[in-house]
Write a protein that binds this ligand. Structure first.
Ligand code: CMP
Length: 139
């Protein structure tokens, strides 16, 4: 569609998933400042992904490129082998490397089978840049 193109295609999703993703973004320390239109674009472009129990979703030090929202299941966050926390349904992770163009700051492992929503870095950055360009064009 017109809003697809190089940013990827919109992935249709139900109202409850849209609400879960939106609430997860607004609850996140680093994404909570996004404007309503940016949040709604991120929700549009997120695609589903699943990981089996025990799998590594993110490896500390790697060059990953997705931001994730947990739809179902639990993950553990570890850094240099030390447990930092457990995250459940409705939490964002993987935002730091994408926002700050750094390597992954921690390892994220699936404690249960996990269903996620994922958006890739180029798509995420295009959404954020598009809105700031539109704002600048007003002046
Ligand atoms: P990122 O660095 O992209 O990949 C690893 C993710 O783990 C990171 O983004 C955060 O989402 C998450 N993370 C890193 N440190 C912590 C922490 N101290 N508490 C909770 N989550 C963290």
């Amino acid at each position: 569609g017109e809003r697809g193109g190089e940013r990827g295609e919109i992935y249709a999703k139900g109202a409850s998933s849209r609400q879960l993703i939106k609430a997860a973004i607004l609850d996140n320390d680093f994404l909570g400042h996004l404007e309503p239109e940016q949040v709604s674009d991120v929700v549009d472009f997120m695609k589903p992904a699943v990981f089996p129990q025990g799998s590594t979703i993110i490896s500390e030090g790697s060059h990953g490129s997705c931001v994730y929202v947990l739809e179902d299941g639990k993950v553990e966050v570890t850094k240099e082998g030390e447990k930092l926390c457990t995250l459940g349904k409705g939490k964002v992770f993987g935002e730091l490397a994408v926002l700050y163009n750094c390597t992954r700051t921690a390892t994220v492992t699936a404690l249960t089978p996990v269903s996620l929503w994922a958006i890739e870095r180029p798509c995420f950055q295009a959404v954020v840049m598009k809105a700031s360009q539109q704002r600048q064009a007003l002046y």
